[in-house]
Design a protein around this ligand. Structure first.
Ligand SMILES: [Zn+2]
Ligand SMILES: [Zn+2]
Ligand SMILES: [Zn+2]
Length: 123
């Protein structure tokens, strides 16, 4: 029962964000409702189920975002890149395809590309 509540709350939180959310932010946000272990377990489960994908930030922190492509339990198909602002640390998904790689004899299944730069607010 509690497990379901945490799963729904974390899924809703990620769904309402336009940027990726770090595990640290989630732990902090839900600190009064769920413990750290529960939050990490839920994130792992959501990722396993193909609902959420993760990207490792330049700050060595894991960031999570909802999947918008046809991800499933079997495999993730998140063929987009991520960007992180070196000033405020914000991470977001950028829906650009990387067809050039497909032409190089390599079948892309998942992209874990991180672009570093300055976001609109920090420029
Ligand atoms: Zn995915
Ligand atoms: Zn910024
Ligand atoms: Zn993404």
């Amino acid at each position: 029962m509690r497990k379901t509540a945490s799963l729904q709350a974390i899924r809703a939180y990620l769904g309402n964000k336009s940027t990726a959310v770090s595990a640290v932010e989630l732990v902090d946000h839900f600190s009064e409702r769920f413990n750290k272990t529960t939050i990490y377990r839920v994130l792992t489960r959501l990722e396993d189920e193909g609902e959420v994908h993760s990207v490792l930030g330049n700050d060595a922190t894991m960031y999570y975002a909802m999947c918008h492509s046809k991800c499933s339990k079997e495999a993730h198909h998140d063929q987009h890149v991520h960007r992180q602002c070196r000033s405020c640390g914000e991470v977001s998904c950028v829906e650009v395809a990387i067809p050039a790689l497909e032409a190089m004899d390599f079948q892309v299944e998942e992209a874990k590309v991180l672009l570093i730069g300055l976001c609109k607010n920090c420029q």
